[in-house]
Write a protein that binds this ligand. Structure first.
Ligand code: 2NL
Length: 362
C-alpha cells in the first residue's frame, strides 16, 4: 500500500502537533483514505473481502499507533524544552496569601458565648422561619396585641400544618420558648442569632442580630438579673468602672420590665462606655431590655409559675459591636466590602478567652 508508506513517512517527519493532527484527518478522518478503503469492503465479494479486509485493518492500526507515538514524543520534547527554558527565582519574596477575617458580628457573638459560658449559660438555637405562636402568642402577645404591629413582621403567604401563620422571627425569644418546652427547668441559656423586621435606614437593616438570655430556677429575683447584666457588661467592655442605671419599662413578656443604661464618658467628643453617666462629661445610653419573665410566658413554656421564676434580657449584637469597636454605620456590616472587613475584621485564630481578653486583637 503506497499510501500507507507515505502516511507513515509523513508522521515520522511531522514536527508539530498540528501537522500530526492534519495527517490523522487525511488518513482516518471521514474523508480520509483509510476510511475510503474501509467503505470499499462492503461492495467486495466474500473472497476478496477475506483477503483485503485484514490488510486494510492492519493499515489503520499501524497509522493509529504511529500517530499516538509521534504525538507522545512531540509532547515529551515540548516539556523538555519548557523545563530547560523556565527557571524559578527562589530569592523572590513569596506572594502574600489572601487571608479572610472574622466578621465583627461573629467575633462579638463568640465573645458573648465565652462570657456567658463562664456564668453557666449554654448557647441555644432555633429556626429563623417561625410560626406566630412561638414568636408572639407564647410571649404574651395575643392576636390583637399592638406590639405585634410594632414588629414590622415579614409574613409568608402560606400557613403551616397546624394553621399557624409563618413568619421570619422578629426576635430570638421563640428559641427560649422552645428550650423551656423541650428541656424544662432549671434553665440557663443565651440565644444569639439573626432576626428580621421590615425596617431600613442608617440605623436599621431588615436583618439584624440579637442575643437574648433566659434563666429559670427557683427563687430567682431582680438581684440575680442585675448582677448577671453588670458582670456581663464589665467583661464585654473589659472595664471595671461600668455603671448601670435600671429604669422601669414595659415588655409584654416580662413583669416587671427593666431597661438598662450604661454610663459613658466623653473623650475627645466621642462616647466611651464607662464611668458615671451623671458626671459633667458623661451621659447614659440604653444597652439592654430585661425583666422578670411574665408568669403567663412561664406557663406557655410548659412550667408552673408558682414553682419556677426567671429573668430574661435582650439586646442587639450589631449595636454592641458598634459600641465596642467604633463603627458608625450599621449598613456597612452587611455590604461585604473586603476593605471594611480587612479593617474591622478579626484574625481567625484569635479566639476570645476570658484570660486572654475577650476582645483581644492580633
Ligand atoms: C430588647 C428587649 C428583651 C426578653 C427580651 C424574653 C424571652 C423570654 C421570656 C421573657 Cl422566652 N423575655 N426576652 C425580655 C426582655 C427584653 O429584649 O430591647 N431587645 C432588643
Amino acid at each position: 500500500m503506497e499510501q500507507l508508506e507515505q502516511t507513515l513517512a509523513a508522521i515520522a517527519a511531522a514536527d508539530t502537533p498540528d501537522l500530526v493532527e492534519a495527517i490523522r484527518v487525511s488518513a482516518l478522518g471521514k474523508q480520509g483514505w483509510v476510511s475510503a478503503l474501509l467503505k470499499t469492503l462492503g461492495a467486495m465479494t466474500p473472497d476478496l473481502r477475506q483477503s483485503e479486509g485484514p490488510k486494510i485493518h492492519a493499515a489503520r492500526e499501524s497509522v493509529t499507533a504511529a500517530l499516538a507515538e509521534r504525538k507522545a514524543s512531540l509532547e515529551a520534547a515540548a516539556l523538555d524544552a519548557r523545563l530547560a527554558a523556565e527557571t524559578v527565582d527562589l530569592s523572590l519574596p513569596a506572594s502574600e496569601a489572601l487571608r479572610g477575617s472574622v466578621h465583627p458580628i461573629s467575633q462579638v457573638m463568640d465573645e458573648l458565648a465565652e462570657i456567658f459560658a463562664d456564668m453557666g449559660f449554654a448557647v441555644a438555637s432555633g429556626p429563623e422561619i417561625e410560626d406566630d405562636w412561638h414568636n408572639f402568642t407564647a410571649l404574651n402577645m395575643p392576636e390583637t396585641h399592638p406590639a405585634r404591629a410594632m414588629h414590622d413582621t415579614f409574613y409568608f403567604p402560606d400557613k403551616d400544618a397546624e394553621g399557624r401563620s409563618m413568619l421570619l422571627r422578629t426576635h430570638t425569644s421563640p428559641v427560649q420558648i422552645r428550650a423551656m418546652l423541650k428541656q424544662g427547668a432549671p434553665l440557663r441559656i443565651i440565644a444569639p442569632g439573626r432576626v428580621y423586621r421590615s425596617d431600613s435606614d442608617a440605623t436599621h437593616t431588615p436583618m439584624f442580630h440579637q442575643i437574648e438570655g433566659l434563666v429559670i430556677d427557683k427563687g430567682i429575683h431582680l438581684g440575680h438579673l442585675k448582677w448577671t447584666l453588670e458582670t456581663f457588661l464589665k467583661a464585654f467592655f473589659e472595664r471595671d468602672d461600668i455603671v448601670l442605671r435600671l429604669r422601669p419599662s414595659y415588655f409584654p413578656f416580662t413583669e416587671p420590665s427593666v431597661e438598662v443604661d450604661v454610663g459613658y464618658t466623653l473623650v475627645n467628643g466621642k462616647r466611651v462606655v464607662g464611668g458615671d453617666g451623671d458626671a459633667a462629661d458623661g451621659g447614659w445610653m440604653e444597652v439592654l431590655g430585661s425583666g422578670m419573665v411574665n408568669r403567663k410566658v412561664i406557663a406557655f413554656g410548659g412550667l408552673d409559675p408558682d414553682e419556677w421564676q426567671g429573668f430574661a434580657f435582650g439586646t442587639g449584637v450589631d449595636r454592641l459591636a458598634m459600641l465596642k469597636y467604633g463603627m458608625d454605620d450599621l449598613r456597612a456590616f452587611f455590604d461585604g466590602d473586603a476593605r471594611w472587613l480587612g479593617h474591622y475584621g478579626f484574625a481567625a485564630l484569635d479566639v476570645p478567652t476570658l484570660s486572654g481578653g475577650v476582645g483581644a486583637r492580633a
